[in-house]
Design a protein around this ligand. Structure first.
Ligand SMILES: *Cc1c(COP(=O)(O)O)cnc(C)c1O
Length: 355
């Protein structure tokens, strides 16, 4: 039976990425060696790193003065690396969920954190608005897409202090004005590559302005100087990321991806709003186009398990909501075809007709 992969992360990747990476694992670039066993200093792998960096910059239109890094450690290591590199005394954070909270916790180890607003009062089902960002903070940190709760900040903020964004789960899903940001980072395993590589876009001129002695591996300048090759990079995930970047380029780039993502999200949210069995959990204007969260409507909670089993029997995988929200979450990342969302919507309709 065909499987439809709605996992939140690690999650669906283009077949192009999976196939090309599998081939390179058997024979990498005609070397007769596996991608897993070749030196990261070989000219063949250096070419992969260079091309991935260049294509990443090209697809996002990254201006001069920014570096793109591929590191290990996951987005979670960035939670500490950011304050290590940018924080003198005080920073500001927007608390929009579990990942924001983890980022805040790391920053608090290094100084004063002004949490300017939080949506925790309503289990993070909306994005706070109308708050004041302190001008004396070294940076303002946001999580643009809240993978667990299905909320998303869909605009590039114009603020007076450096803006730092965790874009683990919405990078490459919409056009982005990188010039508005100081740092954009994320784990690759939501929309780019298998787990193991972390991307960081960093504005070079903001570095070197803190007093503290930064551990070598946690200093962005180490990795900028060595072009992500200071230590052994996660070679297989970087190779896979390059394949996804090529796939994006071959499929019309981010503008085209964005159009498709809007179409997919509209289709699914429309069914959630139309079908009396289901109800969305998120304020409509803040609905994520990547992670679609919903629960059974009032009075229909008793059907939750039955819907899950019905959907599973039709090949729908990874649709259980995060334990802190409950219900269902369908993650519809870039690689998810429109037809798969249609198939899921059909399952929702069929279930309504069946009960
Ligand atoms: C998954 C996720 C993370 C954690 O990433 P790791 O690479 O596992 O550390 C952080 N932030 C967001 C928004 C995520 O979706």
């Amino acid at each position: 039976m065909k499987k439809y992969n709605f996992y939140a992360g690690p999650s669906i990747l283009p077949q192009y990425t999976i196939k090309n990476t599998a081939e390179a694992i058997l024979d990498f670039a005609g070397t007769g060696l596996s991608l897993m066993e070749i030196s990261h200093r070989s000219k063949e792998f250096v070419a992969v790193m260079d091309e991935a960096t260049a294509l990443f910059k090209d697809l996002l239109n990254i201006p001069e003065g920014y570096s793109v890094l591929f590191l290990g450690g996951g987005a979670s290591t960035q939670f500490a690396m950011i304050p290590f590199n940018l924080m003198n005394k005080k920073t500001a954070y927007l608390n929009t969920g579990a990942w924001s909270k983890k980022a805040i916790k790391e920053a608090q180890k290094m100084g004063e954190v002004d949490v300017v607003a939080s949506s925790e009062d309503k289990n993070f089902n909306y994005i706070p608005k109308n708050y004041t960002i302190p001008e004396d903070a070294d940076y303002f940190h946001i999580t643009t897409n809240n993978t667990i709760y299905g909320t998303e900040i869909k605009e590039d903020f114009d603020i007076n202090i450096p803006l730092v964004a965790d874009m683990s789960s919405d990078i490459f899903s919409r056009p982005l004005d990188v010039s508005k940001y100081a740092i954009i980072y994320g784990g690759a395993q939501k929309n780019l590559a298998p787990a193991g590589v972390t991307f960081v876009i960093v504005k070079d001129e903001l570095l070197g302005k803190v007093e503290r002695d930064i551990p070598t591996m946690l200093d962005y300048r180490t990795h900028i100087k060595k072009e992500s090759m200071f230590n052994t990079p996660p070679c297989v995930p970087v190779y896979a990321a390059l394949q996804t970047l090529k796939w994006l380029k071959n499929n019309g780039g981010i503008e085209e991806m964005y159009k498709k993502n809007i179409k997919k999200a509209d289709l699914l949210y429309n069914e959630i709003d139309r079908n009396p069995l289901f109800v969305g959990t998120v304020a409509k204007e803040d609905r994520s186009i990547m992670n679609v969260c919903f629960v059974m409507s009032e009075g229909n909670e008793k059907y939750e398990k039955e819907f899950f089993e019905f959907a599973s029997s039709k090949g729908m995988v990874g649709i259980k909501g995060h334990r802190s929200v409950g219900g269902f979450r369908a993650s519809i990342y870039n690689a998810m075809p429109y037809e798969s969302v249609e198939a899921f919507v059909q399952v929702m309709k069929d279930f309504k007709n069946k009960i």
